[in-house]
Design a binder for this molecule. Structure first.
Ligand SMILES: C[S@@+](CC[C@H](N)C(=O)[O-])C[C@H]1O[C@@H](n2cnc3c(N)ncnc32)[C@H](O)[C@@H]1O
Length: 201
C-alpha cells in the first residue's frame, strides 16, 4: 500500500478518538498559536494537514486570519467541519496537488512532516511556492526519539523522526524562532519553528 493510502486508512480509524487522545502527546499546539497571535495575524493562513481542526479553531479565536485547511483524510475533515465556522475553507487534497489561485501570508504544519519524512524537501519547496514573499512558515513536530524502544513504537504508528527536518527548515527560511522541548522527561523531543520566506525563489 502507498504511504498516502496508509495515512488515509490510519486516520479513518483514528478520527473517532483523535481529539480525546492527542492532547496526551501532540504537545506545543497552543504555544505555536500564541507565536502566530504575537505576529501581525491578518491576511491568509493555510494549515496543511489540519486534521480535526483543533488548531484552526484556536486560530479563529485568537487571530484575524482568513483560514484555510487542507487534509488527505475526509474522515478528519468531517470532524473539522462540525467544529468550525463556515468561513473557514476546508479542502480534501494532498499538499502536492493543492494549487490555489492565492498565496498565503502564513502556513502552518503541525505534526505532518514526520508522517512522510522522506518527502520533507518536496513539501517544503511546495510550501515556499504557496507562501507570499516574506510570508511565515510555522512548523511543530517530533524532533528526536529518546530511546530505540520508543523509535520502534513510533515507526509502528508510521512516524519517522529526524533532526534533519529542523536543519532543512533553517536552510530554506530565515529563522525567527525555534525551540526544542522534552516530552515526558525525554521519552522524545519535539520542536517549534517560525521562519520567514525571505530566500524567495
Ligand atoms: C497528526 S495529524 C495532525 C492534525 C493537526 N495538524 C493537529 O495538529 O492536530 C496529521 C494530519 O495530516 C494529514 N496529512 C498527512 N500528509 C498530508 C498531505 N501530504 N497533504 C495533506 N494532509 C496530509 C493527515 O491526514 C492527518 O489528518
Amino acid at each position: 500500500m502507498k504511504k498516502k493510502e496508509s495515512i488515509i486508512k490510519y486516520y479513518k480509524k483514528q478520527s473517532g478518538f483523535y481529539d480525546i487522545t492527542r492532547p496526551l502527546f501532540l504537545f506545543g499546539r497552543s504555544i505555536i498559536v500564541k507565536w502566530i497571535a504575537e505576529t501581525n495575524p491578518k491576511g491568509l493562513l493555510l494549515e496543511v494537514g489540519c486534521g480535526t481542526g483543533h488548531l484552526l479553531k484556536l486560530l479563529a479565536r485568537n487571530t484575524d486570519f482568513v483560514l484555510t485547511g487542507i487534509d488527505l483524510s475526509s474522515d478528519m475533515l468531517e470532524i473539522a467541519k462540525r467544529k468550525l465556522n463556515s468561513s473557514v475553507k476546508l479542502y480534501q487534497t494532498d499538499l502536492t496537488d493543492f494549487n490555489p489561485n492565492e498565496k498565503y501570508d502564513a502556513i502552518i504544519f503541525s505534526y505532518v512532516f514526520t508522517l512522510e519524512l522522506d518527502k520533507r524537501k518536496e513539501q517544503i519547496i511546495k510550501a515556499k511556492q504557496l507562501l507570499k514573499p516574506n510570508g511565515r512558515i510555522y512548523v511543530l513536530d517530533f524532533h528526536r526519539y529518546g530511546s530505540t524502544l520508543y523509535k520502534r513504537y513510533m515507526n509502528w504508528h508510521g512516524i519517522e523522526m529526524g533532526v534533519e527536518l529542523l536543519q532543512l527548515l533553517e536552510s530554506e527560511f530565515k529563522t525567527e524562532k525555534k525551540i526544542t522541548k522534552k516530552a515526558y522527561f525525554g521519552i522524545w523531543e519535539y520542536f517549534l519553528y517560525e521562519g520567514v520566506n525571505e530566500k524567495y525563489k
